[in-house]
Design a protein around this ligand. Structure first.
Ligand SMILES: Nc1ncnc2c1ncn2[C@@H]1O[C@H](COP(=O)(O)OP(=O)(O)O)[C@@H](O)[C@H]1O
Ligand SMILES: [Mg+2]
Length: 267
């Protein structure tokens, strides 16, 4: 088997992708190249429809690139990987299962040698870590949107995936709930180190959570700009209101404006 020379845990190397649509061929990605080191967390921002979710599907092996290669831990991704944890804007929890059983689901699907009591203990520990102790036996509809998203993060991490992919996970939450979830993300990262990609349209969220922010261009998308954050690990919300943070946000906003050039007004 071929192996990657790049030592990053996630490597997207010169990936291009075109979809066949009713109105013809749509080239979404054009030689996109980026890497995320082990235990790194990169945020990807870019115009709506530029191909961010397509990137997540390529990393998860749900889609094969027309050109270029995706590598995880030095191995080429050619088929869906069970060792990728994913969470989306809509948590899609199963209503007929309790929160605990929802979180345990990946342990029933992905091969592992945990006993059933160890699986349950693992799920309970994670729920406690995100502040959901006491809600294990509730059904998804009995929880608030923010709590469902917390449970969804636990489910994405329960089988200790190689990679965590978050596709606009906090997009549907109100601003205060979202900030609580950001703090939870930092706690999770400290307790459960993972290598991850966060897709977001919230620039504050990107600089608060990630080690690196990557701006994708408009279609066909490539990496237009990237910025490494000065700090890794937990941050306080106050830091979002410092002159340094404001400068960074202004640069990112400017980059998004450039990326959106050529879009239909109001698209
Ligand atoms: N399976 C598909 N078939 C055809 N077109 C697709 C498919 N998936 C995505 N697209 C199109 O590709 C573009 C990029 O989609 P997506 O990656 O979801 O963008 P983003 O997540 O950045 O908003 C969009 O124009 C979308 O309509
Ligand atoms: Mg998307």
């Amino acid at each position: 088997m071929t192996t990657s020379h790049n030592t990053d845990l996630i490597v997207i190397d010169g990936v291009s992708h075109t979809f066949d649509t009713n109105s013809g061929q749509l080239q979404v990605l054009d030689k996109l190249t980026l890497g995320v080191p082990e235990n790194g967390f990169s945020a990807i921002v870019g115009p709506s429809g530029c191909g961010k979710s397509t990137v997540t599907r390529l990393v998860a092996g749900l889609l094969k690139p027309d050109e270029g290669t995706v590598w995880l831990q030095g191995k080429q991704v050619t088929s869906p990987r069970a060792t990728v944890g994913m969470a989306f804007q809509n948590p899609v929890l199963l209503e007929w299962r309790s929160i605990l059983k929802n979180v345990m689901l990946p342990l029933e699907i992905v091969p592992n040698d945990l006993s059933s009591s160890a699986r349950e203990a693992r799920a309970r520990d994670l729920l406690k870590l995100v502040g959901l102790a006491g809600f294990e036996d509730k059904r998804p509809s009995e929880l608030s949107g923010g709590m469902r998203q917390r449970a969804s993060l636990c489910r994405a991490l329960v089988h200790r995936p190689e990679v965590l992919i978050l596709d606009e996970p906090f997009g549907a939450l109100d601003a205060f709930t979202r900030e609580d979830l950001w703090l939870t993300m930092h706690r999770l990262r400290e307790e459960e180190p993972f290598t991850g990609v966060l897709i977001t349209h919230d620039l504050r969220e990107a600089i608060f959570l990630a080690d690196e922010v990557i701006v994708m261009s408009g279609r066909p998308a490539t990496v237009q700009y990237s910025q490494t954050l000065p700090q890794r690990g937990p941050r306080s919300l106050d830091q979002l209101y410092t002159p340094e943070a404001t400068d960074m946000l202004n640069i990112l906003r400017e980059q998004i404006k450039i990326a959106r050039q050529g879009e239909e007004p109001g698209a």
